[in-house]
Ligand binder design. Structure first.
Ligand SMILES: [Mg+2]
Length: 183
């Protein structure tokens, strides 16, 4: 086994539509299927870790977030399998075990699946994604996805464990597959 990739959902796999709760609006980001297929073929386990504060804020129900995940899976196709999915439903400021930047889900999966942190990656489009990865000791990739990256993320510019990529597909090709062929 190669390792694992922990993936954010909104803005990483599907387009980030604020407080998405209608499965009909789930839309894959281009080349995500191809990127995830490459990871699977290379032997990486895939995990999904998504903050859904819309539940905690009372904007929609946990079932709505689950239905959106299911719609995403349909669009991804049967070949793409997530070993485990973690939805953190709390609003910011509410007490939460798993809401990113918490590293807990990643830490637990490393133990449960007997994974080495140095063979794992966290991929996401926000600072909280990167922080959860770094706190769990895994390399992290910040996706730009055509967005302006706020200055606050420049704090990671000198951090050796953080890379930047344009989108998931580039992250897979330029960072994940390459770095493991070197190590
Ligand atoms: Mg995101």
């Amino acid at each position: 086994m190669k390792g694992a990739v922990f993936l954010d959902r909104d803005g990483t796999l599907i387009f980030d539509k604020d407080y998405l709760h209608d499965p009909a609006l789930v839309e894959l980001i281009p080349r995500v299927v191809e990127g995830l297929q490459k990871l699977s073929e290379a032997g990486y386990l895939l995990f999904l870790l998504t903050n859904q504060s819309g539940v905690g804020r009372g904007y929609f129900r946990l079932e709505d977030a689950v239905a959106c995940n299911q719609k995403m899976m349909e669009l991804l196709g049967d070949e793409i399998v997530f070993q485990e999915i973690c939805i953190a439903p709390e609003a910011p400021g509410e007490s939460s075990l798993y809401r990113k930047p918490s590293p807990l889900f990643i830490e637990e999966m490393l133990v449960q699946y007997n994974l080495l942190a140095q063979e794992c990656f966290m991929v996401g489009d926000r600072q909280s994604d990167i922080e959860s990865g770094l706190r769990a000791g895994v390399r992290s990739i910040l996706l730009e996805c055509g967005k302006e990256i706020p200055d606050s993320t420049s704090v990671y510019a000198s951090e050796k464990k953080v890379a930047r990529s344009r989108d998931l597909f580039d992250a897979v090709e330029e960072v994940i597959l390459k770095s493991n062929s070197i190590s």
